[in-house]
Design a protein around this ligand. Sequence first.
Ligand SMILES: Cc1cc2nc3c(=O)[nH]c(=O)nc-3n(C[C@H](O)[C@H](O)[C@H](O)COP(=O)(O)O)c2cc1C
Ligand code: SF4
Ligand code: SF4
Length: 280
Amino acid sequence: MKIRRIINIYFSPTGETAGVGRVFCARLAEKLGVPVENVDITLPSERRGTYGFGEEDLLVLAVPTYAGRVPNKIEPYLRGMFRAEGSPCVTLVTFGNRAFDSSLAELADIAWKSGARVIAGGAFAARHAFSDRVGEGRPSGPDREMMETMAENTAQKVLDACESDDITSPEELRGSYEKTLKIDNYYVPLTETGQRAVFLKAKPKVDTERCVGCGTCVHSCPMGAIAEDILSTPGTCIKCQACVRKCPAGARYFDDEAFLSHVRMLERDYGRRAENVVYI
Ligand SMILES: Cc1cc2nc3c(=O)[nH]c(=O)nc-3n(C[C@H](O)[C@H](O)[C@H](O)COP(=O)(O)O)c2cc1C
Ligand code: SF4
Ligand code: SF4
């Protein structure tokens, strides 16, 4: 077994997951002396191809946690996008300081069922897409050090495997057919008063006084949900916040009361520092 390249596949509407993948892959590539090829599947135009990978490809799969799982609108594409004939694979998730719940296990399941062999997995806390006050300052310097240490240990594991042709996967992330992988139901978001926060149909609004008509929101929406006219959002909105965070004029916002109440609950209850988790 010899690794010739790292393939970094990521979905990252507001950039946190891309950042974690970048830090991790840079150190991994340095240690292994191989190049990184990025496959960014954030935009709909990029989620078209199917890929085939082999034993010489080291896959790094990275997604954010949405409702405790892999984002449900991306999961079907991820499940079909590649066949990997025994490629070693690292699964990475970010989460917004609440909890990653089952997202890492589900991502590992996707990798296993596509033929890859999961050799490491990590969940890293990041600023929550919904609020700068949740997961503020994450990933921090020590978080990045942890990503780099994980990359170094993964590289060592790969190098050892190249000698022995034998590679193990962490117990916690073994394939579901081995019955050690637990994937729970989606997390149910709550309001400040502990009620179910129903905001599935919420869509972002536009402050027309501020909007400069640049079209950034239209072209950065991972669902292609926003019409070219900027004002209407006929497509499915996954609440990713890409349009809100990327708008240069601060003109995009959500005013759905259930959504805002959920955000206030997160700000109130999830101020503590969530721990990262690494499995190798
Ligand atoms: C729709 C949605 C659901 C989310 N659900 C969770 C969650 O269940 N737990 C959590 O800790 N963070 C949650 N987050 C926060 C994201 O996991 C976090 O902001 C992530 O780093 C965003 O990745 P990105 O910057 O690559 O888009 C959620 C964010 C969004 C947009
Ligand atoms: S419209 Fe919805 S899905 Fe599209 S970028 Fe905005 S928040 Fe994300
Ligand atoms: S990104 Fe902001 S300023 Fe640009 S078109 Fe969209 S709402 Fe208007």
